[in-house]
Design a binder for this molecule. Structure first.
Ligand code: MEV
Length: 423
């Protein structure tokens, strides 16, 4: 947890200075931060046991998004992503939300769904009622599989049954509703689904095939909102432009895919940094966005004062215990940097970053276009590659952009000019 995530000019610091500041603000020890700062120190033994046939690693840059305030708490947000501009854009949008209290988020609880598919059921509608009649027995059997989860306040809560039509005839789908607490819950609910399968067969008279969680985690939703200041956005015209950009996404799936992809730029980066399953989050997000015809995961409106109110509603199946989040040293450091205590708090942060990311993209698209921002970031990288340090990075980059010549050779010349004029 940090007292204040509002850091102006973090990007202007050298990497060493950024790490120093991060340690100061988060109180992380040298040891805790080491795996993140020096990837070579990462314990290869741990990685070797995470998947099969390991030969090496594939590292991504990890940046820190600044300025986030969510439910009155400040966060520095670690983001692992290969795409330039994403971290800067999220930080910028979070800054624009701060004057009106930052982000506010809530959730529907850490509740997952597991499905048990029964085929060849002689009388599926009758079987549905029989299963519902024995709901309590099924819940108890499921909970026997995970006494620890139950001890911590979680466990199976409910059973739903649906009869669906399919290409191979009717199927009886039993769904177990499970509170997975701080776990993402895939292992817990899959074990429960497998355990109740024989009972479903004996009650229904059918044959059980699949027993697996659903990634359409629509009982594990996070809702987040923020008001973005009209002046900081660039005026009421920009506010209207952003609303029209969002309306375009709502009206057209070709645009909406890109719009939602922009949201996922932010979301996946935090999901990856914290060792969570980004494929599960992607599947949940897009299937939820398609529930009533493919639509935007965000909404935008103008407030009475002319500011921009943005909101997001998204399934958020992330955990803090188990899986890579507990095992991977960098993920553990990222969780410490965030200072989140529960899986739902982590979900609040991730959904807020998604909203911030979307706002930043729409703002750029509805005004100057995204290439300008990309170019100035690219110019900074080129300036740094040419050897510029500290304040000179910005000065050299500005000149490269002005001259519309973003090349390392030219950056070296400009740098030499600056350095000789300073002598
Ligand atoms: C690029 O990764 C993301 C954007 O295309 C999102 C959008 O168009 O809204 C900029």
């Amino acid at each position: 947890m940090v007292d204040d995530s509002r850091i102006s000019g973090y990007y202007k610091l050298s990497r060493e200075e950024r790490v120093k500041k991060l340690k100061e603000l988060t109180g992380l020890s040298e040891e805790e931060i080491a795996p993140l700062v020096n990837p070579s120190e990462m314990d290869m033994d741990i990685l070797d046991h995470m998947i099969e046939n390991v030969v090496g690693t594939m590292t991504l840059p990890l940046g820190i998004a600044t300025n986030f305030q969510i439910n009155n708490k400040d966060y520095l947000v670690p983001m692992a992503i290969e795409e330039p501009s994403v971290v800067a854009a999220a930080s910028n949008a979070a800054r624009i939300a701060r004057p009106h209290g930052g982000f506010h988020a809530t959730d529907s609880g850490p509740v997952m769904i597991a499905q048990v598919q029964a085929v060849e059921v002689p009388a599926p509608f009758e079987a549905k009622v029989k299963i519902l009649q024995r709901k309590q027995e099924i819940i108890e059997l499921a909970n026997e599989q995970d006494p620890i989860l139950v001890k911590f306040g979680g466990g199976a809560r409910d059973v739903r049954v649906r009869v669906i039509d399919s290409a191979v005839g009717p199927m009886l789908i039993t769904e177990l509703i499970v509170d997975t607490q701080d776990a993402m819950g895939a292992n817990a609910v899959n074990t429960m689904a497998e355990a109740i399968a024989p009972k479903i067969e004996s009650i229904s008279g059918g044959r059980v095939l699949l027993r697996i969680l659903s990634n359409l985690a629509d009982l594990r939703l996070v809702n987040a909102r923020a008001v973005f200041d009209k002046e900081l956005l660039g005026g009421e015209e920009v506010v209207d432009g952003i609303i029209a950009a969002w309306a375009f996404a709502e009206a057209d799936p070709y645009r909406c895919a890109t719009h939602n992809k922009g949201i996922m730029n932010g979301i996946d980066a935090v999901v990856i940094a914290t060792g969570n399953d980004f494929r599960a989050i992607e599947a949940g997000a897009h299937s939820y966005a398609s529930k009533d015809g493919y639509g935007s995961l965000t909404k935008y409106e103008k407030t009475a004062e002319g500011n921009l109110a943005g909101s997001i509603e998204i399934p958020m199946a992330v955990g803090l215990v188990g899986g890579a989040t507990k095992v991977h040293p960098v993920a553990r450091a990222c969780v410490r940097i965030l200072g989140v205590e529960t899986s739902t708090e982590l979900g609040h942060v991730i959904a807020s970053v998604g909203l911030a990311q979307n706002l930043a993209a729409l703002r750029a698209l509805a005004s100057e276009g995204i290439q300008k921002g990309h170019m100035s970031l690219h110019a900074r990288n080129v300036a740094a590659t040419a050897g510029a340090k500290g304040e000179l990075i910005e000065k050299v980059a500005e000149q490269l952009v002005r001259e519309e010549q973003i090349k390392v050779e030219r950056a070296k010349e400009i740098l030499e000019d600056f350095e000789s004029s300073e002598k």
